[in-house]
Write a protein that binds this ligand. Sequence first.
Ligand code: ADP
Ligand code: MG
Length: 442
Amino acid sequence: MDALSDAVWGDVLEFLRVQNASAARGWFSRLRPGPLSGGNLTVYVSNARQQEYLNAHCVGPFVEAAQAATGRLVSVTFSLTDEPGRRCNIDGEPVSFGGDRSTIHLNPDYQFEHFVAGPSNQLAHASCVAAGENPGGAYNPLFIHGAVGLGKTHLLQAVCHQILEDAPASRITYLSCETFINHFVEAIERGALDTFRYRYRHADALVIDDMQFLSGHERTQDEFFHTFNTLYQVQKQIILSADCPPSELPSLEERLVSRFNWGLVARIDAPSLETRLAIVRKKARLRHIDLPDEVAMFVATRIKSNTRELEGAIARIGAMAALNNGPIDRALAEAALSDHVEPPPPEIRIQDIMHAVTDIFAVRLSDLQGRRRSRSIAFPRQVCMYLARQLTQHSLEEIGGFFGGRDHTTVLHANKLVARRRESDLEFRSRLESIVEGLRRG
Ligand code: ADP
Ligand code: MG
């Protein structure tokens, strides 16, 4: 039972790189071929996160590549080379095929070495690095917030990777807030609260993504409050992310908001062109795609809003070049992006918001900027403040100043109030959404 020869293994990897560019990763070169026996090829993987990734995304592509390279009908199994005692625990579950499928596992791409720090994310990045190196130390709790696609999940997972690298036996509970809520609801239904509590309150680090989903779940908030306190008291690292700062999370208990502010709150903004360019280069290197400078610049200039899109663009360019078996140049990049990149969304100005709100609420522009406080005017004004906060880059002070010289606490209050109404009033929500849609269309 010999291992696959290096030459055939080389063919497998080459086939994958060319035929499945979007799944292929630079670290595939570190995988080792094991025996091919009984129609099954074993591939050795050095850590559990890579194994998870391969099992989730790459079984089909590897089978196809192995069949092409060997000319035989084979299946593929990814196996850990480490002895079982050293396998890392994520979420308290042993990492194994057939383990707890409901838990979210770490993406091997989401490590600090693959993250680009820049002015838009400096504080978030530095504080996550510090938390990874010294969990429970300087920044606890750590709260990272920013719009979708700006790297929150990447940073949270990078901290987990770092902690596991330094202390592989660490019990890290990493999950999305929705999973936490689901686990809690299941625990209640099954009368298994003790197990739930044991599991969450004995973690070495608790990392929860997308905390905005906790809004409105009162019992889960209460449970989370106690989990938080228990871990905090024994100086275990807590890291949370959300799409807005703690004070703007709708319908969140005040005692939680204040706790989230105990440590460090760091915001991630949209990356500048320079940072996007660095991200494009890094992502291309990760996928072994050789991007000329001109093409990297083209991608970074064309795709502005969401870093996730940058990644998709690079994958498409790589796949297209492999398919054509030709060079990656500007013409190819333009062709690869032609269908997929929408023109940049129109910039939304406060004036646009005011026009949209006056249309819907039948108030006058001068009322919105005036000092009158009657409810028929105050509420539309609050909606304007909320929309300005959500859709423009203006600071709280600027928004307050614009609407009748109010201070930033008034804007925060308005934001919360409207967010709460949005949660509780379906009709209002759909009105709000149609305003936003209209504004985004320009
Ligand atoms: P979020 O959780 O904030 O919605 P993600 O962490 O899922 O965003 O990021 C979306 C994609 O963009 C991921 O592939 C991530 O690796 C990438 N990304 C975002 N910011 C950066 C960055 N600064 N450097 C490298 N990759 C980034
Ligand atoms: Mg995320």
